[in-house]
Design a protein around this ligand. Sequence first.
Ligand SMILES: [Zn+2]
Length: 259
Amino acid sequence: MLPTGSVPEPTLFPGGEPPTGSLITHGPRDRPRIALTFDADMTRAVYAALRTGRARTWYDPSIVDELRATHTPATIFLTGLWTQSYPDVVRSMAADPLFEIANHSVDHAAWKLPCFRLTPVASSAAKRAEVRDAAAEIQSVSGISPRYFRFPGGCAGPNDVKLVASEGEQPVGWDATSGDAFQSDPRAVVANVLRQTQPGSIIVMHLMGPPNAPATSRALVQILPRLRQRGFQFVTLSMLVDANPSGPPSSTAVPSEAP
Ligand SMILES: [Zn+2]
């Protein structure tokens, strides 16, 4: 899931203001806070395979277990089809203050080609439906209206970014890609994350587990302590990007696990 290079320059999302027409790819660089994000992809083909028993699962619960055991906040980008397939998991995450729920389209179709051989979205109207219908599904299952939207595969043009903002959601990308999709060696995932993470980073990983993201969970148990050793503090996406850039310096930042 590599950035396409066709998106606008990243900018910060000012707290409390409407979504901007720009893609957010990171938070403030002047404090050691970072946001771990997990995408819960699901295409229509995978949805059909699950329904007919040709696929067994598209969720790795050990990822969420590890985040909870280590009190690590994370932001979860849900597709509508994943939400429909795992409503109890979605409700459980939505009820847990560690987790923030966000929008990853209905069916993980491509907004701009080429995009990892994903099926393209047909029209602007269909793109609006990708945003609205996923938000409606997430809302009906969890009671939460997502504020942030991530393009499947990160594939989007400037007009797509504006379209999402006009639907009232803030488009969000990343600046640190774990490369966990179809990667069986956790050492590669760990190395990718450690190499790219810097203050303000948004790290992208996946929630599906094997066969799609077989090493994510094993990588995560190494990534969390090693980034903490480097002095990074994990926060949700809204905590990262809504921060007032002229606020207190990092040394006086409030811990995420305040009592
Ligand atoms: Zn995705």
